[in-house]
Design a protein around this ligand. Structure first.
Ligand code: GTP
Ligand code: MG
Length: 193
């Protein structure tokens, strides 16, 4: 990916706004604050093309990024954000469902979970939802830099067992801080372009 050839196409709230590029789309899903936007920046080789924040709830729209004309990343607002109103949560659900269930261009979803913690009920629900629609999943376990190397396998096992992980989906521990396993993530993405 040429960092100079990454651009945001649109922040969309409805399907009429989805861009027509002819490229495969890879959507990013996960709890608010898990590191979705940071992951996009790591792949893009750009510091802040996708806006990140230490406060959850930064990304509120479906943000489409042209990744060097190779594929399109779709940054999806995070779930499990406590401060959201019921109405906002319902709108979120409609927007996500419209996109995930209907979008022909969707080739795979990158689901991100925090490697430090056991996946939440929402994480499990989201994975099952994706599997229900037979969408390929690349599981990225973020914040790998925050756990000691000696505990890596143990943490991966917790993720694998909590989410009833299907054979054929890939799971990659990742750190946006030192870009650990970025090439593995790229290899998994390239299977769906
Ligand atoms: P929303 O847009 O609110 O859904 O969040 P997001 O999933 O896009 O998270 P974002 O990329 O904004 O990251 C949230 C916070 O986690 C930021 O402070 C990041 O710097 C931090 N972060 C993301 N990835 C990593 C990582 O691999 N390691 C560490 N240590 N921090 C990370
Ligand atoms: Mg974000």
């Amino acid at each position: 990916i040429n960092p100079n050839n990454v651009e945001i196409l649109i922040s969309a709230v409805s399907s009429a706004q989805y861009p027509k590029t002819g490229l495969a789309e890879i959507a990013l899903s996960g709890r608010s604050n898990v590191g979705k936007s940071s992951f996009i920046n790591a792949v893009a080789g750009r510091k802040n093309i996708a806006r990140t924040s230490s406060k959850p709830g930064k990304t509120q729209t479906l943000n489409f990024y042209n990744m060097d004309d190779q594929f399109v990343f779709v940054d999806v607002p995070g779930y499990g954000y406590a401060k959201q109103s019921k109405k906002a949560r319902e709108e979120w659900g409609r927007m996500i469902e419209n996109y995930l269930a209907e979008r022909e261009e969707l080739a795979a979803v990158i689901q991100l979970v925090d490697l430090r913690h056991k996946p939440t009920e929402d994480d499990v629900l989201m994975y099952n939802y994706l599997k229900h629609f037979e969408i390929p999943v690349i599981m990225i376990c973020t914040k790998m830099d925050k756990i000691p190397k000696s505990k890596l396998q143990k943490h991966l096992k917790v993720v694998r067992e909590t989410i009833d992980f299907e054979e054929g989906d890939v799971m990659i521990p990742f750190s946006a801080v030192d870009k650990k396993n970025l090439s593995k993530a790229m290899e998994a993405i390239s299977q769906h372009m």
